[in-house]
Design a protein around this ligand. Sequence first.
Ligand code: IPM
Ligand code: MN
Length: 380
Amino acid sequence: MYKIAVIPGDGVGPEVMQEGIKVLEAAGEVANIDFEWVRYPFGAEHYLATGEILGEDALKEISGCDAIYLAAVGDPRVKPGILEQGILLKLRFYFDQYVNLRPVKLYPGIPTPLKDKKPEDINFFVVRENTEDFYVGVGARVTSPKQREELEVKRELYELKFGIDITKVRSEEIAFQIGVISREGAERVIRYAFELAKRQGMRRVTSVDKANVLTHVYSLWREVFEEVAKGYAEMETEFNYVDAITMYFLTMPEHFQVIVTPNMFGDIITDLGAQIQGGIGLAPSGNINPDGVSMFEPVHGSAPNLKGKGLANPVAQILAGALMLQELGEAEAAKLVEQAVAETLRSGVRTPDIGGSASTAQVGSAIAAKVKELAENGGD
Ligand code: IPM
Ligand code: MN
């Protein structure tokens, strides 16, 4: 029996969540797993009605759950950042979910924008650090009159001393944001990536950074990667700059097996990853604390323009459910769901974003039925 905190959220969130639960219930039925779904209303509607974003009480309660199943938050009526930071990032940080696991996998028959690339060419994991880097929220805008005065003094100094015209950087108003990498924070996620590679029988771990420019933070990241790598002599290792890896995603995705990346670069390259695997409607994600409460969600957002139309692709949500099963230790059931997704997609039951004409609910029901069918055949 697993107790799962459910946050359907905004936009298409509730629609895809319904299908995610439908498929997990089907998997539970055939694999003898019981779920208790504990629903939470957090999102735009709840915030607009009550002013509450995500309360401390709820966080404490969720601590008693086995996992969190989240769909998407974000709504045009709420200023960007409020719900994303107050719910999604809050949960990631509160539960110290330091691994953001994002598989990039092209399923058979799904069109990829990459010419001549096949399912066997696009099949790797991105392990995104999930609690540090530019997401720590350290920074400020400097705009007070006093600070402005100080800048004036500095401006004169700079001009006299160095001949630099500081007005070119619009010094009357500046903002800065600091990225933080800690040795321990880098170590634990890099180690997770190597262990994942080992478990998956993969042989190459690629580290992403921008150590040629952001020298302070990413030289530490590199150093830690090199140290951790020493414990895995059987693994091939390499460094890629983040700008370069975006090219290689397009030109040679078959090269990659496990990629480990600081938080912000991971955010960016996994949207690209989602596209090469056939679109954002297919990309799942796990926010994992191996010793705590983990959270599973699609990479995509709430897509408010699609809300209520039955057009949203539920596959990312369903695959996030498979990742959840895997993390709960239900590997068989996880495999069953993934296989059911692959076969349903191959049979052509798809939403319009990937060239089909089925609705959100039809895709969910077809996958749930396939789960049962596969289990029955497997049992013969
Ligand atoms: C993601 C999202 C989030 C992120 C946003 C919504 C805060 O883009 O999960 O990739 O930047 O991590
Ligand atoms: Mn993102």
